[in-house]
Design a protein around this ligand. Structure first.
Ligand SMILES: NC(=O)c1ccc[n+]([C@@H]2O[C@H](COP(=O)([O-])OP(=O)(O)OC[C@H]3O[C@@H](n4cnc5c(N)ncnc54)[C@H](OP(=O)(O)O)[C@@H]3O)[C@@H](O)[C@H]2O)c1
Length: 305
């Protein structure tokens, strides 16, 4: 492990837990479309909550949620998972969630949306409230003003941004009274070139975040699991005696970014968490740096095993 990340001054285990796919998911709006329609499905909630509790028992304390995941279903699964935890363990958690498009389009509804998140999560305060993405037809000055008031009122400790470029981050910083403490972008060995339609962590954005003390979080860090089937990546992993997911997460950590993989199976949990204790050689880092980008595969629906 090459660094100790913090959020709001609190140390976090260098690998967090993504919760997309708990309590539901999203379906493509039409075949081949990259736009999804979220749906709720609590049929596996008990197993998912049990798995998340196990992940927490292994030291993970950053839990990444969003209002949109499973139409609130994923926040409910997290609420179920942490409800039975001892208070000392609950106090260690750093829980983040994201305001989605409908509330960002109507900033006066953001307080109600956040109260809904808190109720589903069974907490009284979020650690970070993210802007999920900079959607068309939204007004950054207005929604950031609403989010700043929520910091003043104590409903969230701080504010973060997701899916942003360096310029967008600087604009948001200029508009926000409270600091932007975290940026969450798409970043994996197969997507770190700012080539697709979603912003990644360009070297410039990384340097800027480091300089500003902004915690960087990598979403979709395993490229939806396809790191395990990419021939080149698997070859590099084998050369260095690592598993592909372990190599991928260790490489993200090497760049000073906290990955938040989705955990759906116990055996993957073990493999993924090993990355926190894996130090890569310069040769391994360079080999992964040079991988060609790959399009994000179509999303399936997650179920707990
Ligand atoms: N801010 C945003 O706009 C945004 C967008 C997307 C995602 N996110 C966040 O990022 C989190 C992670 O992204 P994601 O869930 O989309 O995808 P991901 O973490 O890149 O990939 C998850 C997939 O990888 C598989 N996997 C996990 N460990 C593995 C291993 N050791 N070997 C092989 N496959 C493995 C998982 O399988 P199992 O399910 O069987 O474990 C699952 O199918 C989300 O849960 C969410 O919290 C944020």
């Amino acid at each position: 492990m090459s660094f100790t990340p913090v959020i709001n001054g609190r140390p976090i285990f260098p690998i967090g837990a993504g919760t997309f796919g708990y309590g539901g998911g999203d379906k493509p709006l039409e075949p081949g479309s990259s736009l999804g329609a979220p749906f709720r499905d609590m049929s596996c909630a008990t197993e998912q909550a049990e798995l998340l509790r196990y992940v927490i028992s292994r030291g993970v304390n950053l839990i990444d949620c969003a209002e949109m995941y499973g139409c609130g279903g994923s926040e409910e699964v997290v609420g179920q998972a942490i409800a039975g935890l001892q208070l000392t363990m609950r106090h260690r958690l750093v829980i983040t969630s994201k305001v989605w498009r409908p509330a960002l389009q109507q900033p006066q509804t953001i307080p109600g949306a956040v109260l809904g998140m808190l109720a589903r999560l069974t907490v009284s305060q979020l650690d970070v409230l993210y802007v999920h993405a900079l959607y068309e037809g939204t007004n950054m000055a207005e929604y950031l003003a609403a989010m700043n008031e929520l910091v003043d009122e104590g409903l969230t400790k701080s504010i973060g941004l997701s899916n942003v470029t360096l310029d967008q981050l600087k604009t948001a910083q200029a508009l926000s009274r409270h600091p932007i403490v975290a940026v969450q972008n798409l970043f994996s060995p197969l997507y770190h070139h700012d080539v697709g339609n979603k912003p990644s962590f360009s070297p410039e954005l990384r340097a800027y975040c480091r300089g500003e003390g902004i915690t960087m979080v990598a979403h979709t860090p395993l490229h939806l699991g396809s790191v395990a089937s990419n021939k080149r990546l698997c070859d590099i992993a084998m050369t260095f005696g690592l598993e592909p997911a372990q190599l991928s997460l260790a490489w993200i950590l090497h760049h000073g970014i906290v990955p938040i993989p989705h955990f759906g199976r116990h055996d993957f949990v073990e493999e993924d968490l090993r990355a926190a204790y894996t130090r890569l050689t310069p040769g391994a880092v360079l080999s992964v740096d040079r991988l060609d980008p790959e399009p994000i595969p179509a999303r399936g629906v997650y179920v707990a095993a």
